[in-house]
Design a protein around this ligand. Structure first.
Ligand SMILES: [Zn+2]
Ligand SMILES: [Zn+2]
Length: 344
């Protein structure tokens, strides 16, 4: 029996490796040899014990090469490079059926591997449904393609921000998500203002193409944005930091007809005050964004495949699947952007 390795988070800061039988794909199944899997916040929370979901086969940001396909698969063939949508949706609920599968009531119930629950990308192989496999260019760097899912989340967010050519756009927080927002907002034709406390991250914002940098530790970011926009406020503001005070700032620095997008979830979920009269008179839209739809995922694969978005600066390191504990320890450091895990 041929087997392959799957990494499983067994308990807080404890990783085990399971051997799983390598089978041949049936009908609409695709067998993928994993090349790269990035470590996201979800996996870090399980690793640190913030989320108690053991045993958990983590890894939902994966890319690889098709090894074999079932008889009914038409979209990909062995040898194709692919991204895999591992945080899939049920397909049966109200939201899946009205075209908003990112709002699926049952999403995240990924059961890719036989040995444990979870998306299962931290492994040597994955058996997935052809629906979830997206082909990319033959010359694509698969470590970059592993960033498809976070980019897709940002694509969804940018679409909710309804950016128009020449708009003033503020991105609050320049972690990997803020950095991707900057690149996408530039592609939409905006002047991008980056707000961040950390000078090193402001440097990243500049590399991503931000036009104006605001160190919000040194100046009042709301006042600064108003100054830059002749007192109007921005056309779209994206808050990517899980701090309620910054959500409040995001609302305040948004101008008439502007869109305020809460990209992140907030911890703790502290309520903020909103002036109903500001919203009434400005027609400001306050919205959020959660998970990518299939359309966003497809767009993200195309942006990376055609090298329209460049994530090379956002991959902090590539580490071995055999050294997963070290990879997690590095991923949780505050200065790390993405750690990409690669089987040997
Ligand atoms: Zn992710
Ligand atoms: Zn659903």
């Amino acid at each position: 029996m041929e087997t392959f390795k799957v990494a499983v988070l067994e308990e807080e800061r404890k990783i085990g490796y399971h051997e799983v039988e390598k089978k041949q794909p049936k009908d609409k199944q695709v067998l993928i040899k994993v090349d790269s899997c990035a470590i996201c916040t979800l996996e870090q929370r399980v690793y640190l014990g913030v989320m108690n979901r053991y045993p958990f086969a983590g890894g939902h940001e994966a890319a690889g090469v098709v090894e074999a396909v079932g008889k009914k698969v038409a979209g990909v063939k062995p040898g194709d490079k692919v991204a895999v949508r591992l945080l899939n949706s049920c397909g049966e609920c109200y939201y899946c059926r009205n075209g908003h599968e990112n709002q699926c009531v049952k999403s995240f119930i990924a059961e890719t591997q036989e040995c444990a629950m979870g998306p299962g990308g931290l492994s040597e192989y994955m058996m997935v449904s052809a629906d979830d496999v997206y082909k990319v260019a033959d010359d694509a760097d698969l470590s970059h393609i592993s960033i498809t899912e976070p980019l897709a989340c940002c694509v969804h967010s940018i679409e909710n921000g309804k950016i128009e050519l020449g708009n003033d756009v503020v991105v609050i927080g320049i972690g990997i998500m803020g950095a991707l927002h900057i690149q996408l907002a530039k592609l939409k034709g905006a002047r991008v203002i980056a707000c961040e406390l950390d000078e090193k991250r402001l440097e990243v914002a500049k590399k991503m193409g931000a036009d104006i940098l605001i160190n919000s530790g040194k100046v009042d970011a709301v006042e600064e944005v108003k100054k830059l926009t002749d007192g109007r406020g921005a056309d779209a503001v994206f808050c990517t930091v899980p701090v309620a005070a910054l959500a409040d700032q995001a609302v305040q620095m948004t101008g008439k007809l502007g869109r305020t997008v809460f990209y992140t979830s907030f911890h703790p979920d502290k309520p903020i005050e909103i002036s109903p009269n500001k919203v009434h008179s400005s027609e400001q839209v306050i919205t959020g964004t959660v998970n990518p739809s299939k359309k966003d995922f497809l767009a993200a694969t195309r942006l990376l495949s055609a090298k329209i978005v460049d994530v090379s600066e956002l991959i902090s390191d590539r580490m071995s699947l055999d050294d997963l504990e070290a990879a997690f320890e590095k991923a949780i450091l505050p200065d790390t952007y993405r750690i990409v895990v690669q089987p040997e």
